[in-house]
Design a protein around this ligand. Structure first.
Ligand SMILES: Cc1cc2nc3c(=O)[nH]c(=O)nc-3n(C[C@H](O)[C@H](O)[C@H](O)COP(=O)(O)OP(=O)(O)OC[C@H]3O[C@@H](n4cnc5c(N)ncnc54)[C@H](O)[C@@H]3O)c2cc1C
Length: 442
């Protein structure tokens, strides 16, 4: 049978991350106030916040720290929402939920920065901002709306003109751009391992290679079982995301998997680096069929895209697409581009692409459905989940607690269709506006 998830050890981060703290397998029975399941950003920041508040926490991980999206993502940390404008989000979630979640998400990088600083996490963290480009004047309206709506909730962003986009990113292709100065980027696996170390330092008992196989009630508490042991806890929090394996019936149906890939070049020459992303920012090329990229600490471009047709299946072709996009955006690149790493991962997509908090039973919740924006999001979710575990009334939380809901079947193909639709729109807009088209297969 094909492995359920993409290989973990293929990534640049696996090759370059700081070592993980030593952890062991859960053996025998133990007790805790709270048992958290899944050592990604969401689970680790939850455990960390709870331990800081004096709670006795056991954190159980099926594989190793950061095995899920948290150890293999691209490392962009942009404190915004994907897919939805803030106005849409308000309509979709209603108040007070929308305003609370918006406040947490847009301030998430302050948390990331504080954790990196307070626990001295070595993870290549830089906070030089993010640019979303507009390839033609028709794209400026959306960026203007972003500027107004995000600034209204306290973010520091601004619309920038063609000259400034070129100055910041080194790309002459854009008509304008949206600059979010609080955005950052990092080495995601180093960050995950640093969070694990921080949580352990605060007293969290973290066990790896300890997959939760089931949870059952026992004398008013919950018995959380793994192959070699169990935890008797008052409260249980599932944060197993796209990589959910068992644990609770139907939890892995609350989302549908969408695969995404990331590739990293060889370390680029000084000459190229002087003119391509000279300020070490993150850039989104403004297309619906996205291409997002940044440097790692060694000066490799790390870029991500979604598979589509041959792209993602045929690796040589996929690398050619990545090169063509990069060179189209930066015609000044003279050196040959080699993609040393290319790896895949899974996203937990659901209909409303914002995190969903499910009440599974009294004292048991699960949070899934980050839908692709997880570095800032997972980092701030710990504050919400820890509040739930500490007894903050549900009506005061920043996420509504709802019954477990299976993601509709059409989510299996809807995100792919939406990507294709946006690609067609991008191409149509480029032709109509007379902008120079991408190379044929890029
Ligand atoms: C390739 C890729 C690129 C991405 N790029 C970005 C990006 O640049 N910026 C961004 O913001 N987001 C990005 N994301 C999304 C982001 O990485 C995720 O949303 C985020 O890491 C999810 O964190 P999490 O803690 O919720 O879950 P995860 O990190 O997936 O952690 C869940 C953990 O639970 C464990 N688990 C599962 N079942 C059990 C069980 N039964 N018992 C015990 N443990 C269990 C898993 O092994 C896993 O370690 C990307 C994702 C991918 C895959």
């Amino acid at each position: 049978m094909a492995p359920r998830f993409s290989p973990f050890d293929a990534s640049l981060w696996h090759a370059t991350a700081e070592p993980a703290p030593a952890t062991g397998v859960l053996e025998g029975e133990t007790r805790a106030d709270v048992c958290v399941v899944g050592a990604g950003y969401t689970g680790m920041t939850t455990a960390l916040e709870l331990a800081k508040a004096g709670t006795d926490v056991v954190l159980l991980e099926a594989q190793e720290t950061g095995f899920g999206g948290s150890g293999r993502n691209a490392g962009h940390c942009t404190p915004t929402f994907t897919h939805y404008s803030l106005a849409n989000l308000r309509r979709m979630l209603g108040e007070p939920w929308a305003e609370r979640l918006i406040a947490r998400q847009t301030r998430a990088n302050e948390r990331v920065g504080a954790m990196v600083r307070d626990y001295q996490i070595q993870c290549e963290w830089v906070q030089n901002g993010y640019v979303m480009g507009a390839l033609h004047p028709g794209g400026i309206k959306v960026l203007r709306e972003k500027e107004a709506s995000y600034n209204a909730v306290g973010a520091r962003t601004r619309l920038i003109d063609k000259a400034e986009v070129e100055e910041i990113t080194g790309s002459p292709r854009f008509t304008a751009g949206w600059f979010h100065e609080e955005a950052g980027h990092l080495n995601p696996l180093s960050y995950a391992r640093g969070l694990a170390r921080a949580a352990m330092q605060e007293g969290v008992r973290l066990f790896t290679r300890s997959p939760v196989s089931g949870v059952e009630q026992e004398g008013g508490r919950w018995r959380v079982r793994t192959p070699n042991g169990s935890v008797l806890a008052e409260k249980v929090i599932f944060t197993s995301g796209a990589y959910t394996v068992g644990g609770w019936p139907k939890l892995d149906r609350t989302f549908r998997i969408l695969r995404v890939f990331v590739a990293a070049t060889h370390p680029l020459s000084e000459e190229t680096r002087r003119t391509v992303l000279p300020r070490n920012t993150t850039i989104h090329d403004g297309r619906g069929d996205i291409y997002v990229y940044k440097y790692n600490a060694e000066g490799r471009i790390v870029a991500s895209m979604f598979p589509m047709g041959r792209r993602g299946q045929d690796i040589a072709y996929t690398k050619q697409v990545m090169t063509d996009r990069l060179k189209w955006l930066h015609p000044q690149i003279r050196e040959e581009i080699r993609w040393d790493y290319l790896w895949f991962g899974e996203l937990d997509m659901q209909k409303k692409t914002v995190p969903r908090l499910y009440g599974l039973a009294p004292g048991v919740v699960a949070l899934t459905g980050l839908s692709g924006r997880g570095v800032p999001t997972g980092s701030m979710l710990g504050s919400i989940l820890s509040e739930w575990a500490l007894g903050v009334p549900e009506r005061e939380l920043s996420l509504r607690v709802e019954p477990l809901r299976e993601a509709p079947l059409y989510m299996l193909f809807a995100p792919q269709l939406s990507l294709r639709y946006h690609r067609a729109l991008d191409n149509f807009a480029a032709r109509r506006r007379g902008s120079e088209a991408l190379p044929p297969h890029a």
